[in-house]
Design a protein. Sequence first.
Length: 210
Amino acid sequence: MAKKKKSTRSKFFAKIGTQGWRDSGYDTFTYDSPALRRWVASQLTAKGSEILSIGCGAGELEHELAALGHAVIGLDLSPAMLQRARRKGLGQLVAADAGRLPFDAARFDAVVIIESIGYLVLEAVFQESRRVLRKRGRLLITTYGEPVDAHASYRKWRMDEVATRLVAAGFKIERQRYLAVRKAGVEDAASEDRAGLLYLLARPSDRSGR
């Protein structure tokens, strides 16, 4: 069953990489909303940061971050998606498993996982994200809320489930929000069950848990 789901997912991303989101029957908030791309960028206040984007896909957000002067590495398992991101002008792209990141410890100022954690094994990805983050680094996550019609292989996590796994991996959560995304802007949703995206910002905790 797991192998079949993985094969279906690979074909799904290969189609998107070849044809684009528009003809896939799905899209992402990051693709569809320039306002969300700007909003995510605004959460990363330090200019010129070294950023790892896990599950970078076609690279819409990464292109925006690079244009703002950040040094961005996009990581994805799909060769077709990486090729599409490369056509957007992104030069630093890596094909690798998010649970086994091919980077030295304390390499990045920020790790972003935007709309992709539903395809990942959270425990492994969060542990690896903590390893490659610098002491004052930040992990920024968005994931789909219940109203979103996601691909069948995408697992929708509740906010408390993500938060529990972050703390177990050695993170301290700084911010949690339920978001409603529009093309013109990003605003707070009334509740988790009405949110298009769940948003979390976390940092590595020290040994005392502070």
